[in-house]
Structure formats: structure tokens, C-alpha cells
Design a protein around this ligand. Structure first.
Ligand SMILES: Cc1cc2nc3c(=O)[nH]c(=O)nc-3n(C[C@H](O)[C@H](O)[C@H](O)COP(=O)(O)OP(=O)(O)OC[C@H]3O[C@@H](n4cnc5c(N)ncnc54)[C@H](O)[C@@H]3O)c2cc1C
Length: 300
């Protein structure tokens, strides 16, 4: 069971990576059960919490010391994700988070937990987190990065869950790249923290009521979408619709659209992972390869 959970963890990481992402070399042994194709480059880490902040009511910011695993240069790339295990008594329950910032010398990574207000494994973890505690995780794995633009502007669509990813991408913004972006969020402070980038205009879309499909509505208003490359991270069903809009309706090339689902409205990620695992097993049984796994393509 643990084996397949870790395998799926990696399958998800890989499915959301871009073709430009190179394999992750690592000489460090992992204590986790390994499948060579799936586990390559992942460390199992017992990190130590070294700081806890509440930069806004929306966010718990966690600083952690990664120990020797922090020597892996992948932690320092744009939009790197990892799996955190919020309850060691329930080792099959995990959640994916983003390295918002990383200090290589200190081997220190920071991530933001959106306090979405429900009763969930990560909200319970956040409520009891304390400095000096250990937190188990597997990673790092590069998640969706900006598509190669060849001079075209980018159009960005994300919600609160994608803010840390966007922050890390903006920190490493390609010189000369321009674009537009919309962030569906009530976290005014979170947006103010984003590093300004010349030529990139970001706009906040305040959540209205349940805040559904704000990004999709905005995408439909983008003039001449075929001139853009697209980056998006947020609620799974909205991101699926966004990808369908750009690829199926507007005819953008697959390589020009980097969109990932980060959470699903009304569903626990534990259930999503179980469904994903079942779908993935059928996919591999039918001869599918990990590199061809399309996470957003499956109905979960
Ligand atoms: C690659 C990747 C990177 C991610 N990075 C981050 C990150 O840096 N920071 C971050 O906060 N999240 C991030 N997420 C999203 C995070 O993994 C999910 O929000 C996760 O479901 C939270 O777990 P939970 O235990 O709190 O809620 P779950 O048990 O999964 O869900 C319980 C309930 O809470 C709701 N819920 C879950 N997440 C949200 C949300 N974001 N907004 C509103 N309602 C929600 C669900 O719909 C469900 O009803 C990332 C996800 C992926 C795939």
C-alpha cells in the first residue's frame, strides 16, 4: 500500500511537469520503497520546522530545515512541489505543497499553507504545528513551469493555492518575457508580496460568493488567445475547463498550455488520490507510460 502511494505521489508530480524539466539526479538513498521509474530523484525527508508566521489571515507560512536533503539543487528551481504527510499515524494520507522560497546555504525551504477553513488533515496539521517539530515529506519535484514562449506573452490564471508557485516563478522570471495575469483571491497581502516584474500586469479577481469560474470567465475575455502561452494553477474542475477552452476551443498547442489542478472543490485530496491511483493502475496495465500520464485528462 505504501509502495503504491509513493508511486502515485511521483506519478502526480511527473504528470504536472513540463517536457523541459530534466530528470533529477540524486545519489542519496531514500528510506521510501522505490520504483526506479517513479521514485527517481525523490528524497524522503524528516524536516524540522524552524519558523511559523501568519503573513495574513489566509496563510500559515512554514519555514523548515531540510538537513542533508537540502543539498539537492532541485529545491532551488521555479515551482518545486513536495508531498507532506500531515499525520504519521496515517501514512497513506499526503498533500502536495510548493516551495515558495529556498535558501541553499541554510538548506531552508518555506511553504505557505492556505487556511481554507475546512476541517481537513492539513488544517489540523497547521493548527498544531510548532517550531522544533518534525514534518515528513517527499520531494522535490518540479511542477508546471512557464511554457517556452519564443517572444510571445504569457497569460496567467491562478487562485490562492497557486500563489506560492507564482511567487517562485516570478522570482526567476525569464528576462524580457511579458504578459498578463489574473489571480482569484481575497488575499490582498499575498498579492502585494509578489515581486514586481517589468512587462507583467497582474490583477486580482475578488472572490464573489463561492468564487466559481472567475478565471474561466476571464480567460474567455482574453483577446487573441492564440498569441499567448498559458500558465494556470487552481481548482481542478476550473483548470480542466480552462485547458479545454484554450486547447480544444482556441486550438492552442499542448506545449503552449501549462495548467494544473491543485485541489478539488468539495472533495478531500485523500479520495482524489485513491481515485487517481485506481485510474493510474488501469493506465499502466493497458501499457501506458508515466511520461504520458495526463492528470487533468482523467475525470476524478
Ligand atoms: C502541485 C501542487 C502544489 C500545491 N501547492 C500548494 C501550496 O503551496 N499552498 C496551498 O495552500 N495549497 C497547495 N496545493 C493545494 C493543496 O494540496 C490542497 O488544497 C489540499 O487539498 C489541502 O489539503 P487539506 O487536507 O487541507 O484538504 P482536503 O482534505 O484535501 O480537502 C478538504 C476540503 O477542503 C477543500 N479545500 C482543499 N483545498 C482548498 C483550497 N485551496 N481552497 C478552498 N477549499 C479547499 C476541499 O474542496 C474539501 O472540501 C497544491 C497542490 C498541488 C497539486
Amino acid at each position: 500500500m505504501l509502495f503504491s502511494t509513493y508511486s502515485m505521489a511521483l506519478a502526480v508530480f511527473v504528470s504536472m511537469s513540463q517536457p523541459s524539466v530534466s530528470p533529477l539526479p540524486s545519489s542519496r538513498p531514500s528510506q521510501a520503497p522505490r520504483d526506479e521509474a517513479h521514485q527517481r530523484g525523490l528524497h524522503q525527508v524528516d524536516a524540522t520546522i524552524v519558523s511559523l508566521q501568519r503573513p495574513s489571515p489566509h496563510t500559515l507560512r512554514v519555514g523548515m530545515h531540510l538537513g542533508d536533503a537540502g543539498d539537492d539543487p532541485v529545491w532551488d528551481q521555479a515551482n518545486v512541489a513536495f508531498r507532506v504527510y500531515p499525520d504519521l499515524q496515517a501514512p497513506t494520507v499526503s498533500r502536495v505543497y510548493t516551495v515558495r522560497s529556498f535558501e541553499p546555504q541554510a538548506r531552508r525551504a518555506e511553504f505557505d499553507v492556505l487556511m481554507h477553513g475546512g476541517d481537513s488533515p492539513m488544517m489540523r496539521w497547521a493548527a498544531q504545528a510548532g517550531i522544533g517539530q518534525q514534518v515528513r515529506l517527499t520531494g522535490p519535484r518540479v511542477n508546471i513551469v512557464l511554457p517556452g514562449s519564443q517572444g510571445r506573452p504569457v497569460a496567467i490564471f491562478c487562485d490562492d493555492s497557486g500563489l506560492p508557485a507564482l511567487y517562485s516563478i516570478l522570482q526567476r522570471w525569464p528576462a524580457g518575457m511579458t504578459g498578463l495575469g489574473w489571480i482569484a483571491s481575497d488575499d490582498v497581502h499575498g498579492l502585494a508580496e509578489l515581486p514586481p516584474v517589468p512587462g507583467l500586469q497582474l490583477q486580482r479577481l475578488p472572490l464573489q460568493g463561492p468564487g466559481r469560474d472567475l478565471l474561466l470567465q476571464q480567460a474567455r475575455q482574453l483577446v487573441a488567445p492564440e498569441r499567448y502561452v498559458i500558465w494556470g494553477a487552481g481548482e481542478r474542475d476550473e483548470m480542466r475547463a480552462l485547458r479545454k477552452y484554450f486547447q480544444a476551443e482556441q486550438g492552442l498547442d499542448k506545449a503552449d498550455v501549462a495548467i494544473a489542478g491543485y485541489w478539488k472543490r468539495g472533495a478531500s485530496n485523500t479520495d482524489i488520490d485513491a481515485e487517481r491511483q485506481s485510474a493510474y493502475q488501469k493506465f499502466t496495465a493497458a501499457g501506458g507510460q508515466l511520461a504520458d500520464w495526463d492528470d487533468l485528462g482523467i475525470a476524478l
